[in-house]
Write a protein that binds this ligand. Structure first.
Ligand code: SAM
Length: 299
């Protein structure tokens, strides 16, 4: 008789793992979801239709993948753990719209693989329960890539989701907030308790929804210089902007004069702390530094 239970039903997950003699690897962030209702909510939040292509990172035994496959046009899933290929072949055998690529997603040329796999150009979404140990690198890999991802709906640690979604002036606000919000509008859709995973992690998770801005939130003369500045501003957390800038750019008298001039021109008090600056203020300061950089380089 056909087994119609969803993969995420705890008894079925257990049976799949036992049938394949699969042991979970903590080092790969293998915390599998075993609550079908959460999966339904993720797919609903992501608003996936047969006119959507989806990229998943880390399908595991396919708990989320089967829901994506049921709702999307095509699903491309990157799984680093070779042992899972045979498991996925078994659990996803009913679907002909899923392609599993056995690769570390961070080492992948996303544009190339995507062009190869998707047969039709459709709105593209990333939907994933990300491995905790590399959530930020994976998200940034997608954001900086020239791949046109319209939305990302990712399950990540609650605390990291709060940092990404933070407002200026709060403790959670930092260079990660800025790096993501520069590209995307952010929203925390809902919280997922740690009890719905096998094995249970130490912290709760959140579903973070990111939507690509039509234009980056601010106009920059040099993106690389902007990200260097925002990292610098938060390098030493309780220090002022002035201290932090000198820490990164140096304390030579000419450098200090340059920094002082730029802060003045951008109308930003050196005694402020990085976490009080809005994205617009960081952009203004970065652009001013860029416009005056000859003075710095000549010095
Ligand atoms: N999607 C499944 C679920 O929701 O139950 C599993 C999610 S589990 C949190 C993360 C998955 O990512 C694991 O299957 C793990 O092997 C995979 N993974 C870890 N690092 C990876 C990487 N660098 N590239 C691709 N997959 C990775």
């Amino acid at each position: 008789m056909k087994d119609n239970r969803e993969i995420a039903v705890p008894s079925k997950t257990k049976e799949i793992l036992a049938r394949h003699g699969f042991t979970l690897k903590k080092s790969l962030g293998q915390n599998f979801l075993t609550e079908p209702n959460i999966l339904h909510k993720i797919v609903q939040t992501a608003n996936i239709t047969k006119e959507t292509n989806v990229i998943e990172v880390g399908p595991g035994i396919g708990a989320l993948t089967e829901h994506l496959a049921q709702n999307a046009a095509q699903v491309l899933a990157f799984e680093i753990d070779q042992r899972l290929l045979l498991v996925l072949e078994d659990t996803l055998q009913d679907f002909d719209n899923v392609t599993i690529v056995n690769q570390d997603v961070l080492q992948t040329d996303l544009v190339e693989v995507t062009n190869e796999v998707f047969s039709k150009k459709l709105p593209l979404k990333v939907v994933a329960n990300l491995p905790y140990y590399i959530t930020t690198p994976i998200m940034m890999h997608f954001l900086v890539s020239s791949l046109a991802v319209d939305e990302m709906i990712v399950m990540i640690q609650k605390e990291v989701a709060e940092r990404i979604n933070a407002e200026p002036g709060t403790k959670a606000y930092g260079s990660l907030t800025i790096a993501v919000q520069y590209y995307m509008e952010t929203e925390i859709s809902f919280i997922v308790p740690k009890t719905v995973f096998v094995p249970q992690p130490n912290v709760d998770s959140a579903i973070l929804k990111l939507k690509r801005r039509e234009q980056p939130q601010v106009q920059l003369l040099n993106e690389k210089a902007f990200f260097k500045l925002t990292k610098a501003a938060f390098a030493l957390r309780r220090k002022t902007l002035w201290n932090n800038l000198q820490h990164t750019y140096g304390k030579a008298p000419e450098t200090k004069a340059w920094l002082q001039e730029c802060l003045e021109k951008a109308a930003i008090e050196p005694s402020r702390r990085g976490e009080t600056l809005s994205l617009e203020e960081f952009a203004r300061l970065s652009n001013t530094m860029e416009e005056n950089k000859e003075k710095h380089e000549l010095s």
